[in-house]
Design a protein around this ligand. Structure first.
Ligand code: HEM
Length: 588
């Protein structure tokens, strides 16, 4: 057959080839989106684990969204039984299928695990069999490719570098700075209070009190603190960078509503173009700042990078680590130093690449400018809203339970007096306040759940779990479980922490607001210290109660937050104000 004839025959076969390719693709889609999920469902059912039935492609997402919308459609009574409202799908299906059930996020299976023995296995004793999952691309853009998401050697390297930031000795240096930020915030409240007073004097006068939407104010405060921890002496420049990061959060929240449009984040919509621009601006400013800090330290000919007398900051520690590593390389390869100096040059070359794959030296991963940029974003994301939510919920709890507020104030005034900013030693003596903060973290943990993925086929509590299955640990549910915490699990009772955290429940792993094991929260000392410091200063100067406009509506968007805000009325304590007696309790 001549060439033309062969081509002609192939041409005639074209529809067939096309049909075969389509059929193969169709089969693949069917396997991934139907047969495999059904197989996994059957695999778990044989072991007695059930759950809501899988639906093609979407899994249980439709039911989850419906349950969440229904639960958040109206406020709830002033009670701490928040699980049904906040974690509606878990609450709903647990009643039907028990604490361990299978739920489908699209074609991805998630096994809920609330048994503390199994949680310990996943996060501590057999953690090498499990890994973190990839965040949604929008979340990823915000959280950066830092400690929260890094894996393996690179994670260990970064964790070792940043850990000194959170040592108590270092955090101690932050206390006067945080104290000053709180005082500045309170001055603004005072001005607000005075304006209200002046208005009311016209109409007959009133008490020295003011209504404050605490969740907004606490966000400003925690942003200030995390900016200092991240940037140290470069606070002002850092503030401008984090203000851009805030814009990014707003843009991402808007984009979240469009996540169901495939590929939406790549479209040059007005929002996306703006977000890309802000992202470029953040990187540019950070790179400039890093280079300036490096030059400063070289000029001073010192290893200290900007720390001075203040606390060690993330930026300084990471630049220092990067410079040390470069020096090592210089010693090893003096001749081609300039070619190897990725610490200097990667800033512009890989600003949009995943640094996990780049710049490794023989001793493992090396700190690059890109890494520092990503860690700064991570700190901001992980440290700001979490701590402000802890502060918000603790203030709301104390406003709901004035008798506990009075007890906390008595202790604060006894230990710290009425005016001074407390020292680290003062704070460590505040036992009652510690119990209250723990009870707040138990009842309203800012991070309500966490997820891991099985790296291999594993056995968990006698159950065979196939590779790729995700394990959903519902922190909030574990914290409200009566079998672990007793019949008063849904009540505010800080005394349960009187003998320490490990004895508060029937199992030592029942209290996990900061996670567990190697990947436990690196910032927990900072968060707790900051919360106690702010609460101490508030208790010294104000009594507070829920505003009449407060609607109790805890809900979740990544973190636990008050759906309609948290308006609280603060009344200045005069020197003659009695500490008690307590007004009537507002909560259950
Ligand atoms: C009340 C406040 C906070 C809460 C409830 C909280 C909660 C958590 C939880 C539950 C985890 C573990 C996540 C998992 O295992 O999947 C975590 C990890 C982390 N947190 Fe926090 N956090 C708080 C404050 C902070 C602060 C102030 C920072 C400061 C930067 C911070 C930085 C981080 C980082 C970097 C990780 C990842 C650690 C790693 O994987 O090595 N967090 N946090």
């Amino acid at each position: 057959m001549d060439e033309d004839g062969m081509l002609g025959n192939l041409w005639a076969l074209k529809p067939w080839i096309f049909s075969v390719i389509l059929a193969i693709l169709g089969i693949r889609v069917l396997v991934v989106l139907w047969w495999k999920p059904r197989g996994i469902e059957a695999h778990f059912a044989k072991q007695g684990i059930r759950g809501p039935p899988y639906h093609f492609f979407i899994g249980n997402v439709k039911e989850i969204v419906q349950l969440m919308l229904k639960a958040s459609s109206q406020p709830m009574p002033l009670s701490h039984n928040i699980l049904p409202r906040v974690f509606s799908f878990y609450h709903h299906w647990r009643k039907i299928y028990g604490g361990t059930f299978l739920v489908w996020f699209g074609p991805t299976p998630r096994l809920t695990v609330s048994d503390p023995d199994l949680i310990r296995e996943i996060f501590a004793s057999k953690s090498e069999f499990y890994e973190k999952i990839e965040a949604n691309p929008l979340v990823k853009q915000l959280e950066g490719n830092g400690l929260i998401s890094l894996k393996g050697e690179k994670w260990a390297h970064h964790r070792k570098i940043v850990t000194p930031t959170f040592h108590m000795e270092n955090l101690k240096l932050l206390i006067p700075v945080v104290g000053k930020s709180v005082e500045e915030m309170l001055e603004k409240w005072d001005q607000k209070m005075m304006r209200v007073e002046e208005r009311e004097r016209g109409g007959g006068g009133g008490e020295r009190e003011v209504e404050i939407e605490v969740s907004e104010w606490f966000q400003g405060l925690t942003e200030d603190v995390i900016t200092r921890m991240t940037f140290g002496s470069s606070y002002e420049q850092g503030k401008a960078i984090f203000s851009l990061q805030n814009q990014q959060m707003v843009l991402a929240a808007e984009a979240f509503q469009k996540v169901l449009v495939p590929g939406y984040r790549f479209l040059p919509t007005k929002r996306n173009v703006k977000s890309w621009k802000v992202d470029r601006e953040i990187r540019r400013s950070l790179v400039k700042l890093i280079e300036r800090r490096k030059l400063e330290s070289m000029a001073k000919n010192t290893e200290e990078v900007g720390g001075g007398s203040g606390p060690k900051d993330l930026l300084g520690l990471m630049i220092q680590a990067g410079m040390r590593e470069n020096e090592k390389i210089t010693e090893l390869t003096l001749n081609n130093y300039h070619n190897n100096n990725s610490f200097n040059y990667c800033s512009s070359s890989n600003s949009n690449t995943n640094s996990n794959d780049h710049h490794h030296n023989s001793s493992g991963s090396k700190i690059t400018v890109h890494d520092i940029v990503e860690e700064c974003k991570s700190f901001f994301f992980a440290g700001k809203q979490t701590t402000s939510n802890l502060l918000t919920w603790t203030t709301v709890l104390l406003a709901m339970h004035p008798q506990w507020q009075d007890l906390a104030r008595e202790e604060v005034l006894r230990v710290c007096g009425s005016r001074d900013i407390p020292s680290k030693d003062d704070i460590s003596k505040l036992k009652m306040l510690s119990m209250i903060v723990n009870e707040s973290l138990r009842l309203s943990p800012p991070a309500i759940a966490t997820i891991r993925r099985a790296k291999y086929d594993v056995e968990l509590g006698g159950c065979r779990v196939p590779r790729g299955t995700e394990l959903l640990v519902p922190i909030l549910a574990v914290h409200h479980e009566q079998a672990l915490w007793g019949n008063d699990a849904n009540e505010f009772n800080p005394l349960r922490f009187a003998d320490g955290v490990s004895r508060a429940a029937k199992h030592p792993v029942a209290f996990i607001p900061f996670g567990l094991g190697m990947r436990t929260c690196v910032g927990q000392n900072l968060a707790v210290l900051q919360a106690k410091l702010v609460l101490t200063i508030l208790l010294q100067r104000f009594s507070f109660k829920l505003a009449p406009s407060y609607q109790h509506a805890p809900t979740v968007l990544m973190l636990l937050y008050p759906q309609y805000g948290a308006p609280v009325i603060f009344r200045r304590l005069s020197n003659t104000d009695p500490v008690g007696p307590a007004p009537r309790d507002q909560g259950s």
